[in-house]
Design a protein around this ligand. Sequence first.
Ligand code: ZN
Length: 346
Amino acid sequence: MSPTNLEIAELLAHRGEEADGHRAKAYERAAGAALYWDTEASEVANGGGSLEELDYVGPSLARRIAEWLRESADAPEPPPKRAGFSSFARARSVLADAPGWEGRLRSDLQMHTTYSDGKSSIREMALGAAALGYTHLAITDHSQGLKIAGGMDAARLAQQAAEISAVNAEMDAEGFDLTILHGLEMNLDGRGEGDMEAETLEPLDMVVGSFHSALRSTDDQTGRYLGALANPHVQIIGHPSCRRFNRRPGLTADWPRVMEAAAHSGIALEINAHPHRQDLSLDLLRLAADAGVTLSIGTDAHDPQELRFAPMSLARAAEAGVDPGNIVNFWSRSELSEWIARLGQP
Ligand SMILES: [Zn+2]
């Protein structure tokens, strides 16, 4: 069997660890990109296409990959920082065998704009969501504590609220059936506490609470999750384990206990669709499915093209046996706002 994109990612990453300088960097970048290539490299090669059409594949990597495909190279067992990932091409084939999942998606509830570290405007992201047939989306830029990602203070957040109202009015007048929700990816500390004042959060439609610090700690982190799940301002916990492909394996916790607490709180855990995150992982999603946890799909897109990654999460949810009724992105705008109101608003 020719290696799949997922196996090619491992072969590339493994090779990158043995190379140095810019060669290592090239392997590493291509390994990350292999997770989101649209088509299996084997299909590209068999169809007579050039492997150089694939993101981050130049002439020399194309020759290397062609050789692996020809020789049916075996990928090594991935180390923890790359274990348990899937690929976009694989997700597409999982969904082809699981009809009814993709068509139900009505929203994307985590993305960034130029208000923090995103590359595009609110309107560009909204047009991207409209093109995917969604009825709503949440703009969730970073909060003030995350300086490195251009986190927003209260004044900047108010400015963004005004722009979202204006774009909503504009798009409504243009005939779009789309609502932009004003969210925030609020930075949470080690106790699950946010970094914004309660009155600043109050006008928001929703808050995604995420951890961005001490992510390589190997100590048990159950406490920070229980803290976050008791935070009255948070409706969704973003990229819960905080793992990152080829960088870190994610936090350690008593996950069955965290899932119980999540199910009890009604707060959603995110299935972050970004190919380099895929967080919750399949293993954690199975625990979440068993506990009946509410789940939210967010692409964490930083430009409109990245909005296309939602199938990564849908495929994992289907594989984990998640009850589709527990996925908030399958709900209508009014069902979503009723849920947020039940949780007590931001
Ligand atoms: Zn984040």
